[in-house]
Design a protein around this ligand. Structure first.
Ligand code: UDP
Length: 151
């Protein structure tokens, strides 16, 4: 069993593609372990894409990622890391096969709507970066005895 980190980028959230993307992962059989809609700041964006720091598109990539909410997720299943990359498709949507998320929903590499970890090492690092090191998802819990009344 493997876990991977997937993130719908701001263009995907803006275009209302969170639902269709969740559906594809669920239909495939992966299990959703954690999910949150969040703004990411420059520091987190730069850490997340640290390996691309020297690339010419880095500045634009960081500005793009911080331009709106992202939907961060953890998916689990057999070969989840490679499996998620297959569902996502090639980095450049122009080369992504129809049937993949980027192949069906995107046109340009600068707005390719989704990220998926590319290795076990990246998955571990990215899950920790976005969700902390906790083994279990951070589910808010309440004590029933402390609730006075239900709405
Ligand atoms: N990217 C870009 N221009 C490029 C190559 C990459 O804007 O020429 C962006 C794009 O958003 C991509 C991200 O940088 O998803 C990370 O690139 P990587 O090669 O790691 O591709 P991925 O793992 O996302 O398929």
């Amino acid at each position: 069993m493997e876990r991977t980190f997937v993130m719908v980028k701001p263009d995907g959230v803006r275009r209302g593609l969170v639902g269709p993307i969740l559906t594809r992962f669920e239909q495939k059989g992966f299990k959703l372990q954690d999910l949150k809609l969040m703004m990411i700041d420059r520091e987190l964006a730069e850490q997340h894409y640290g390996e691309h720091r020297e690339r010419p598109f880095f500045g634009e990539l960081v500005s793009f990622l911080t331009s709106g909410k992202v939907c961060a997720m953890v998916w689990e299943g057999p070969n989840a890391i490679a499996g998620a990359r297959l569902l996502i498709g090639q980095t450049n949507p122009a080369n992504a096969a129809p049937g993949t998320i980027r192949g069906d929903f995107a046109l340009e590499v600068s707005e390719n709507i989704i990220h998926g970890s590319d290795s076990a090492e990246s998955a571990g690092r990215e899950i920790a970066l976005f969700f902390g090191d906790a083994e279990e998802p951070d589910i808010p819990r309440f004590n029933i005895d402390e609730i006075d009344s239900y709405p």
